[in-house]
Design a protein around this ligand. Sequence first.
Ligand SMILES: C=Cc1ccc(O)cc1
Length: 169
Amino acid sequence: MQVKDLDQFLGSHFIYTYANGWEYEFYVKNENTVDYRIHSGMVGGRWVRDQKADIVKLTDGVFKVTWTEPTGTDVALDFMPNEKRLHGVIFFPKWVHEHPEITVRYQNDFIPLMEESREKYETYPKYVVPEFADITFMKNEGINNEKVISEAPYPSLAEDIRTGKKSFS
Ligand SMILES: C=Cc1ccc(O)cc1
């Protein structure tokens, strides 16, 4: 099914691989909230629920999601689900590039640690990562489905979702 309007985009669950090899999983939970898991890359193992974000339709079938995190990382994602593609730009503070392990956890349980770290360590120069990604899984799981992103990433999880071994309805 083609995705044209914002109401069809909300509830979308994606797995995608950036051109640099980093694999991410993303759930558009509702009109201003996203959940995600990072399967591989510089901060592979990190996962986050209930991140507030700005989510808009740019034109038919093209959606922009932007937010700023407790770590000080800023993110801008342009989803083109009908092309199974997206473009992401991640603006990492210097400290996340130098100490990624501090952020590799279930962030929701460690918000004070993120806020302390962003004060303690350096922000600039930022490490900017602009990449296209190929979408390898896409399903609308409905709005506010708390089952979608509800456990830490593990090695077979992305493939288990793609093959249907793991599902969330
Ligand atoms: C830093 C978070 C983040 C989440 C999804 C994505 O595609 C890029 C960055």
